[in-house]
Ligand binder design. Sequence first.
Ligand code: NAD
Ligand code: 0WE
Length: 258
Amino acid sequence: MGLLTGKRALIMGLANDNSIAWGISKALHAEGAELCFTFVGEALEKRVRPLAASLGTTFVEPCDVASDSDITNLFARIKEVWGTFDILIHAVAFAKKDELNGDYLNVTREGFHIAMDISVYSLTGIIKAARPLINSGGSIVTLTYHGSQQVAQNYNVMGVAKAALEASVRYLASDLGPQNIRVNAISAGPIRTLAASGIAGFKDLLKSFAGVAPLRRNVTQEDVGNTALFLASDLSSATTGEIIYVDAGFRNISIKTE
Ligand code: NAD
Ligand code: 0WE
């Protein structure tokens, strides 16, 4: 018996085998969870389908979280195929690339709106549609970054969005708690993924992070996957509304030389 035997998990935000969602998917699958994946666009469908197949599922559905009708259709399909489910992984974020550079103050109204819609509102919009299908004992996990709490160079509007996402986790945990559904976030240290590629200076960021972090290393998709497994399982049965750091201890260090 695995920790998640008999549980069904919806994974949103798998792009490729570097995705944090992939580390989480492997950890949940290894403990017996049955998986469903979403993708956005045909290019990503071609990547996601073989990855899904390698974890024993063909249940792969389109969902652009900017679209209310995509969200409605997704949960209509889940109702049809599964009836109910237990675990929701939200590993989705987006800001326009030119907002992740230079001064935060250069943000535009449109750029602010897009980052907030895709990276923040989506969690609430998805849960609103999913709620009738989630079993008692269910668990919802989203991904955040410490740039929500302290200024992280170039993270800019995403830092503001993650602060709002973390506040959403607390309100959603309050709303869903009486139904015995938990809502938590993992605050991960920087990891090289598609969403991190093309960020100027990311290599230097990883290097200085590992130099400062108490564990003197970077964080892996497996590190995050194992914490997501804990949060998805009954091992975390009285933990909700929390932001759990998987950052090798980085956020506790103030200033460090040599
Ligand atoms: P990734 O690029 O592998 O995943 C991001 C996913 O968001 C992709 O699958 C993409 O398709 C999806 N997405 C973007 N716009 C979407 C839309 N409109 N509808 C549906 N899906 C959409 O990158 P990742 O680093 O694995 O990111 C996953 C999560 O982890 C994000 O919330 C990110 O903010 C967070 N995070 C990343 C890091 C890091 O350093 N990589 C650190 C902490 C938190
Ligand atoms: O949350 C993230 C990634 C967020 C992200 C990244 C991109 C790049 C490509 C959102 N939208 C986009 N849009 C794109 O077009 N992280 C925590 C990883 C990350 O992103 C950074 C970081 C770190 C760390 C951006 C600037 C500075 C640091």
